[in-house]
Design a protein around this ligand. Structure first.
Ligand SMILES: Nc1ncnc2c1ncn2[C@@H]1O[C@H](COP(=O)(O)OP(=O)(O)OP(=O)(O)O)[C@@H](O)[C@H]1O
Ligand SMILES: [Mg+2]
Length: 486
C-alpha cells in the first residue's frame, strides 16, 4: 500500500512487455549471430561453431565456443537484461558495451534462449529464458535447467577438456514462420543466405590474424577483406591519417580499389560482397578491429554514386570512444564526433575525387600522376542550362587534322560529329555498367598493336601536316587514348 507522504512510485517493467520490445531492435539473423560471436571473442574463444536444424517441431540454431566460460554468478548476470552499465570501463579488447546483446540478439530470432557454460574449474551451469513461460507466469522466470528433453539433447555435451559456452536458440518464430516444413526451410535458407559472407566480412581481421576460426557445421568461414581484392592489381593506399580524441587514436586509411576492368570474374564477384559494389562504397568503421559499418558515408551527407564505387575508407576506433561515436547496441551504426567531422569529410572528399578519376579513366589516372603536362581527351563533358552532355573535343589533335584538311563546304563532317555527340547511348552504357553480369571490354583490350598503329599514323599525319617531329611527338603523347601505350 502506498504511504501517504511518499514522494515517489516504484514502477517495475512488465516482464513480458519488456522482453517483447527487446525483440524489435532490428537485427537480421547475421547481425544477431555477429553479436554472439562478439561475446565469444571477448571470452577468448579461438573456435566458434554454428550449427542449425530445421524441423517441423524443433528448429534451432546453436553457437558453441571454447572461450573461458562463466561461473554460476556470471551466467546469471549474463542472462539479465542490462548485465553491465554501459558507462563502465571495459577491457580494451572487449567487444561489448551495453550488457544487452546476448538477450536482444537472441530474442530477435527466437523465443527460447538456453545457455550452457563451463569454466576452467570444469563446473557446468545452464540457464534458460522461455518467453512463453515469462508470458504465462507474468514474472522474470529464468529456468535453472533446459526447458525439456529435446533442448537438453540439442545442447549436447562439452568436449572432455577445456572451457566454453553453448548458446541455443529454439522456437525460431522469426526465422520459420509457417506451418509447412518445406516453406520453413525455404524461409530459413533465404534469411541465412548472407550469414557466411557477413561473418567473414565483420570478423575478417580476426580470421586473417588467426585469432579465431568460425565454422558453420564443418565449413570454415573465409575472411572477406573489402580492401584487398586482387593480388595482381592491389588497391592503392592513400596517405594514412591519425586523429585523436581524449588522447585516443583514430586511424583513417583510404583505399582506391583497382578498376573493375582489371579484375577476374571471381575478383569482381568478391567486390560485390553482400550488397553490391555501389552500396559497399564509403567508410568501413572498425571498433576494436570488429567491423561496425560496411560501406556508408555515415552522416557526412554524400550520396552513394556509381562512379565513386572504387572508394573504400577504413576507420579504426577503440571501444573507449563508444559514447563519442554513439555506437548502438547492435554495433551496426555510429555518428562521427563533431570535433573530427570536418577533417574526416575532407579526407573523404579527396579520396572520392581520386576514386572517381580511376573509375572514369579505367585506372589510367594513377599511372599518369607523374605526368605534369596536359592530357587531351576525345570527349568533353559539358554543362548547359544546368544540363550535362558530352561532345567530341574540337581541340583534339586528330579532329583538327581532319578539319584542317576539309573542303570549305564540308558541313556534313561537322553535322556528323554533332550527331555522334548528341546520340551517345548514355542510358545503355550506364545500365550495362550497373549490370554486374555484363563484362565490359577494356579499351583496345585485345589489340594493343592496333592502338600502336593508330599512334604511329597520327604521328606521321601530324608531321605531314607541317609539325616538326618534336611538336608532333608532344601532341600525340598528350592524347589520352595513347597513355595506355606507355
Ligand atoms: N560466449 C560467452 N562466453 C563467456 N561469457 C559470455 C558469453 N556470452 C556472454 N557472456 C557474458 O555475458 C555478458 C552479457 O553479454 P551481452 O552480450 O548481453 O552484453 P555485453 O557483451 O556485455 O554488451 P553488449 O550489449 O554491448 O553486447 C558478457 O559481458 C559476458 O560477461
Ligand atoms: Mg555482447
Amino acid at each position: 500500500m502506498k504511504k501517504q507522504n511518499q514522494q515517489y512510485d516504484i514502477v517495475r517493467p512488465q516482464p513480458e512487455s519488456l522482453l517483447q520490445s527487446a525483440r524489435s531492435f532490428g537485427y537480421s539473423v547475421e547481425t544477431a549471430l555477429a553479436d554472439l560471436i562478439d561475446n565469444s571473442i571477448t571470452a577468448g574463444a579461438k573456435e566458434i561453431k554454428i550449427t542449425f536444424g530445421i524441423d517441423r517441431y524443433s528448429s534451432y540454431i546453436k553457437i558453441e565456443d571454447n572461450g573461458k566460460g562463466m561461473n554460476e554468478k556470471e551466467l546469471l548476470n549474463a542472462m539479465k537484461m542490462g548485465s553491465f552499465n554501459p558507462l563502465d570501463n571495459r577491457n580494451n579488447n572487449d567487444l561489448g558495451r551495453f550488457g544487452l546483446g546476448l538477450k536482444t540478439a537472441s530474442f530477435s530470432q527466437c523465443k527460447r534462449l538456453t545457455v550452457k557454460t563451463r569454466n576452467k574449474s570444469k563446473n557446468e551451469f545452464i540457464r534458460c529464458w522461455d518467453l512463453d513461460i515469462v508470458k504465462e507466469k507474468k514474472d522474470w522466470i529464468l529456468l535453472r535447467n533446459c526447458a525439456d528433453k529435446n533442448s537438453e539433447q540439442l545442447l549436447g555435451k562439452f568436449p572432455d577438456i577445456g572451457s566454453g559456452t553453448i548458446v541455443l536458440w529454439e522456437k525460431l518464430d522469426r526465422l520459420v514462420e509457417s506451418e509447412e516444413l518445406k516453406s520453413d526451410k525455404e524461409h530459413f535458407y533465404r534469411k541465412f543466405v548472407n550469414v557466411r559472407k557477413h561473418l567473414g566480412l565483420v570478423f575478417h581481421r580476426f580470421i586473417e590474424e588467426k585469432k579465431i576460426r568460425i565454422f558453420i557445421f564443418d565449413e570454415e568461414l573465409q575472411a572477406i577483406n573489402p580492401f584487398y581484392i586482387s593480388n595482381e592489381y592491389p588497391s592503392v593506399e592513400l596517405a594514412e591519417e591519425q586523429l585523436s580524441i581524449k588522447q585516443q587514436n583514430i586511424c583513417i586509411q583510404p583505399f582506391i580499389l583497382p578498376h573493375e576492368s582489371k579484375l577476374s570474374n571471381v575478383e569482381r564477384n568478391n567486390l560485390e560482397i553482400t550488397k553490391g559494389w555501389i552500396e559497399h562504397q564509403g567508410i568501413y568503421l572498425y571498433r576494436n578491429k570488429r567491423l561496425i559499418a560496411d560501406g556508408t558515408w555515415l552522416d557526412l551527407g554524400f550520396k552513394k554514386k556509381e562512379n565513386q564505387r572504387l572508394c573504400r575508407i577504413r576507420i579504426d576506433i577503440p571501444n573507449t570512444l563508444d559514447s563519442e561515436w554513439q555506437i548502438d547496441v547492435k554495433k551496426a551504426s555510429a555518428k562521427i564526433p563533431d570535433v573530427i567531422r570536418k577533417r574526416i569529410k575532407t579526407i573523404c572528399i579527396i579520396s572520392i575525387e581520386k576514386a572517381v578519376k580511376v573509375y572514369t579513366h579505367r585506372g589510367a589516372y594513377l599511372r599518369r600522376t607523374e605526368l605534369k603536362k596536359e592530357i587531351v581527351y576525345l570527349w568533353k563533358a559539358r554543362q548547359k542550362k544546368g544540363k550535362r552532355f558530352y561532345e567530341i573535343n574540337k581541340e583534339h589533335p586528330i579532329y583538327n587534322l581532319i578539319a584542317d584538311n576539309l573542303e570549305e563546304e564540308a558541313y556534313i563532317f561537322y553535322d556528323y560529329m554533332k550527331l555522334v555527340g548528341e546520340s551517345l547511348p548514355i542510358s545503355f552504357i550506364v545500365s550495362d555498367f550497373s549490370d554486374h553480369s555484363i563484362v565490359m571490354k577494356d579499351f583496345f583490350e585485345d589489340s594493343k598493336k592496333e592502338l600502336k598503329l593508330i599512334y604511329e599514323n597520327t604521328l606521321s599525319a601530324l608531321i605531314n601536316a607541317g609539325f616538326s617531329e618534336k611538336e608532333a611527338t608532344e601532341k600525340v603523347n598528350s592524347i589520352e587514348c595513347f597513355q595506355q601505350l606507355k
